[in-house]
Design a protein around this ligand. Sequence first.
Ligand code: CP3
Length: 359
Amino acid sequence: MSDSPFAPLKNDRFLRALARQPVDRTPVWMMRQAGRYLPEYRAARAKAGSFMDLCRHTELACEVTLQPLERYPLDAAILFSDILTIPDAMGLGLYFEEGEGPKFRKPVRTAAEIEALEVVDSERELDYVMNVVSAVRRELNGRVPLIGFSGSPWTLATYMVEGGPSRDFARCKELIYNRPEVMHQLLTVLADSVTDYLNAQIRAGAQAVQIFDTWGGALSHGAYREFSLQYMARIVDGLIKEADGRPVPAILFTKGGGQWLEAMADSGASALGLDWTTDLGAARARVGDRVALQGNLDPAVLYASPERIHAEVAAVLESYGRGGGHIFNLGHGITPKVDPEHARAMIEAVVELSPQYHD
Ligand code: CP3
């Protein structure tokens, strides 16, 4: 028996699939499952004030984390927070401009600005995130596992250097090619911060972690390994390996990373997240005996009719084929304009159709 302060896990389908163990059906969750497509999220957000106010409000952040689980038969919860909490704690001044996405008041661009950055001590400086993790884990009461997350160093660096979203990552690419040692210094301080952040989440109650490498796919073939994958592998290596007597799996999601799966599978991660541009069956043939695979329905399928959604879910399940090691998900986050009933159609199709792929 473990001496965990938390209730025993009742539904461990998600953790079993990550360990490539047999399951009764394919587990399912959605990236960005707590968000603006849900009217109850918009109500909680209005109550809190700004998005960051919501992230800092333990009870409301806990409530929105659980909202999708109240509606749908999901197999995992994901912490409600954001990847940009780390640069915010570094003093860059995160804010959100309606319709324009995240921005920083003080981006870091020069070697001197990067040199001045310090590794974030998450338990002290991001205690509001850990409070939400513990509250959610308690509130879940063993219903499903809780996923913690972080951005990849490269993805965080793009926002910190560009100052916000970017199309071409001009400043970051200029650093990579002109001053690679400066970019490496930034990525090193971020990798150390992310390792500490994820370990603090695991200590607070996260049972699996996902690294969002949203912009890894913007790098060249060689630069991806040097400036993104290398640092994600370093993080995975530094993670707490076990909690409550179970392994704590790490999932790597590089959007646009489908051609690098073999290298990603060497990182030590338990699972790879795939976007919708990758052939799931072919990916399984390439790496499926080494890692679990998560994905990969095109999120835009949720704009189609429930009948069409059902058919597209069937195609994803058929593409992976029989046996464990698959976690059903979207290929990227659910978008704000999706009808919640369409998300339900996707999840219920997984519940209905996936048992035939398992013994
Ligand atoms: O998956 C979940 O339900 C957990 C919550 C979560 C959020 N952001 C909540 C959020 C997660 C995992 C993230 C990660 C995140 N944040 C990423 C990586 C994942 C990905 O989608 O690629 C990135 C790149 C960010 C940065 C960020 N934060 C963006 C681009 C935005 C959207 C800005 C906009 O106005 O469209 C945010 C804000 C944000 N993070 C929202 C949510 C629900 C919307 C905020 C609101 O309520 O207005």
